[in-house]
Design a protein around this ligand. Structure first.
Ligand code: NAP
Length: 256
């Protein structure tokens, strides 16, 4: 039995073989920009058929074009606004994916919104609800709807995106922090329910400070050039989403 420290080390030092994701179908949310875009490209370049889910069609199309131009497996587009999508919409998506692919070998729950950085006593009610909808409710709806498709995979990996404020609460981080605690909870519940019952495993990843729009919004004075890029942190994602971590479940991993 390998322990958490060993898993963490393996994730950080993972050198992903070129064809590690051959014949794997992986759904990535928030795939049009930032970390989601970077990991979708990394997955495709290692052979995955990636389903690109996001709210801005043009951004998804740009990632689609980049993957095609690289000569990698043709991705699929799933334009969905997670803030307004209802459970029925996710069920319909599952029907579409079932018809197109027959199964799912992984989900990266990556899309999130930051909300406000403000004390709880002033935190906007509507912002709270939007953040919880996108960051916590949507991953639940999506996972629940995709369970039958994940069960058809021999090695399905569900990865939830956390944050350092999802592991320890921090002043002013409001709904974002609370939603990331919910994310860790979802991950643990799914891992505990599926262990020894199915091939579905569930882990969380904290990307750490990464050069994206969300990071710039949260830390406007920071020099972005000092930060890791999405491509720099890809090894831990490829480790958790792919065959290298078969059997690993219930783990909260850091990408840096
Ligand atoms: P980002 O640059 O803001 O990208 C977020 C992605 O999520 C975008 O593609 C965005 O789509 C999509 N998205 C947002 N709201 C959506 C909605 N309602 N429906 C569908 N898609 C939606 O953020 P990021 O920094 O890459 O963050 C990725 C993940 O890492 C998040 O879970 C974040 O909490 C976590 N994280 C990031 C850092 C960091 O330093 N960057 C640190 C800790 C954790 P559009 O582009 O169309 O808006």
């Amino acid at each position: 039995m390998i322990d958490h420290a060993q898993i963490q080390q393996q994730a950080l030092s993972y050198a992903c073989p070129e064809d590690a994701f051959k014949d794997r179908v992986i759904l990535v949310t928030g795939a049009g920009d930032g970390i989601g875009r970077g990991i979708a490209l990394a997955l495709a370049s290692h052979g995955a058929t990636v389903i690109l889910l996001g709210r801005t069609q043009e951004k998804l199309e740009a990632v689609y074009d980049q993957i095609k131009a690289g000569g990698y497996p043709e991705p699929a587009l799933a334009p969905v606004n997670l803030e307004v999508a209802r459970p029925q919409d996710y069920e319909e998506l599952a029907t579409l994916f079932e018809r197109e692919f027959g199964r799912l070998d992984g989900i990266l729950h990556n899309a999130s919104m930051l909300g406000e950085l403000t004390p709880l006593e002033q935190y906007g009610y509507e912002t709270w609800e939007s953040v919880m909808q996108v960051n916590a409710n949507a991953p639940f709806y999506l996972t629940r709807a995709m369970m039958p498709l994940l069960q058809k995979s021999e090695d399905a990996s569900v990865v939830f995106t956390s944050s350092s404020v999802g592991r320890k609460g921090r002043a002013f981080w409001g709904a974002y922090s609370a939603s990331k605690f919910a994310t860790e909870g979802l991950m643990q519940i799914l891992a505990d329910e599926q262990e020894n019952v199915s091939s579905i495993r569930s882990n969380s990843i904290n990307p750490g400070a990464t050069r994206t729009n969300m990071r710039a919004l949260a830390y406007p004075a920071e020099d972005a050039n000092t930060l890791k890029t999405p491509a720099d942190i890809a090894p831990a994602y490829l480790f958790l989403l792919g065959p290298a971590s078969k059997g690993v479940t219930g783990q909260a991993v850091n990408a840096q």
